[in-house]
Write a protein that binds this ligand. Structure first.
Ligand code: SAH
Ligand code: SF4
Length: 361
């Protein structure tokens, strides 16, 4: 049997696994402490753990499945990691610095099948889901990078906004959240974690039912079906009415604020009319709505789109405000290092293909 990632097990799963093999329950506690708090590189480094447990772990698990392929650091402190998975696939993880803490953006799938017309991640079809262990390991690797810098800094926030549609990998997403949130391990507060979905309405119901305190963000990007279907084909399966029904359910169940992401595409969805329509759409639950305006990051393959002018973004923001909607503009991090998730990966894959072509000539 091939070895699996230790990060794929919840605390309870590890406890059961060890007890089934004749080990004492408290060993799980020790192991989690070494793995997540001391962040060892090898099981043999776990000093107070008995030999038998260490041998069992060494025979069945690994602490390392991702290799760092590229690391780019931006002037503003943003660091973008390109990791190679055990099967050779590449994924991206981004560390961002904010005044409130350090936030990591994680990838949940290799590629994305939703295929939004403006997104670099959707350029490559999904080849597989990431396991929960692979998502947890992204956080661990960034934390280990911080440990090595010696500044005693800690990942405090997580945004699930990297490559992939998290709600299309729901069970692994929830296991990941469970592991990073556990106070016996990384202890990252649920309220410090945000999951972004393109609007898989049936999964919004399921997410609400989990009772989690994790924040929800919905990529709305357009206030009517005609426009939304044009830029996001997922709108055909889950049109705005269906989406807003799931939002009603979510709000009823959780009473938690939802962030609506709105990418600013010049002359496409950035007119005053769309701002007014968006405000109308959110009017009924405006006390639990926050609109995040995202200036479009250009993607070579999607040259039909340009970023809205700053004045247009500002005007859109003002119109939302005038109409009673809370909003903000997400001025980007890491602008000099291909900040939009999926871009570094798609560039690297293109480079690899080109070098293969050159070699073949
Ligand atoms: N699949 C999920 C989460 C990953 S995308 C989702 O779509 O919500 C995270 C956010 O980045 C989404 O709001 C997405 O629409 C946005 N995004 C995608 N491509 C972008 C680009 N080129 N510039 C700016 N934002 C982009
Ligand atoms: Fe997939 Fe999100 Fe990109 Fe759409 S925006 S293609 S859902 S990653």
């Amino acid at each position: 049997m091939s070895k699996t990632s230790i990060y794929g097990l919840t605390y309870e799963q590890l406890t059961d696994w060890l007890v089934e093999r004749g080990q004492k329950k408290f060993r799980a506690d020790q192991v989690w402490n070494w793995v997540y708090k001391k962040r060892v590189g090898q099981f043999a480094e776990m000093k107070n753990v008995n030999k038998e447990t260490i041998e069992l772990l060494e025979e069945n698990f690994v602490l390392h499945t991702l290799d760092e392929a590229v690391k780019q650091e931006s002037k503003d402190g943003t660091i973008k990691f390109l990791f190679r998975l055990a099967d050779g696939n590449l994924i991206e993880t981004v560390l961002m610095r904010f005044n409130y803490g350090l936030s990591v953006c994680v990838t949940t799938q290799v590629g994305c099948n939703i295929g939004c017309t403006f997104c670099a991640s959707g350029l490559l079809k999904k080849s597989r889901d990431l396991s929960s262990g692979e998502i947890v390991e992204q956080i661990m690797n960034v934390q280990k990078h911080l440990d090595a810098m010696g500044e005693d800094e800690r990942v405090s926030h997580i945004v699930v906004m990297g490559i992939g549609e998290p709600f299309d990998n729901f069970n692994n997403l929830m296991d990941f959240i469970y592991v990073v949130n556990d106070d016996r391990g990384l202890n990252i507060g649920a309220r410090h974690i945000t999951v972004s979905t393109s609007g898989l309405a049936h999964k919004i119901y399921e997410f609400a039912d989990t009772g989690t305190q994790v924040n929800l963000a919905i990529s709305i990007h357009a206030p009517n079906n005609e426009l939304r279907s044009r830029i996001m084909k997922i709108n055909k399966a889950f049109p705005i009415e269906k989406l807003m029904k799931s939002v009603d359910y979510y709000l009823e169940k959780t009473n938690r604020r939802i962030t609506y992401e709105y990418i600013m595409l010049r002359d496409v969805n950035d007119h005053r009319e769309e701002a007014v329509q968006l405000a109308k759409l959110l009017k009924n639950h405006r006390h639990l709505a926050y609109v995040n305006l995202i200036p479009y990051n250009s993607v070579d393959e999607h040259n039909q789109y340009q970023r809205s002018e700053s004045e247009t973004i500002q005007a859109f923001f003002e119109t939302l405000k005038e109409n009673g909607i809370n909003a903000g503009v997400r001025w980007e991090n890491g602008a000099d290092i291909d900040a939009a998730c999926g871009q570094l990966r798609s560039k690297q894959i293109k480079k690899q293909k080109e070098s293969r072509k050159t070699k073949a000539v």
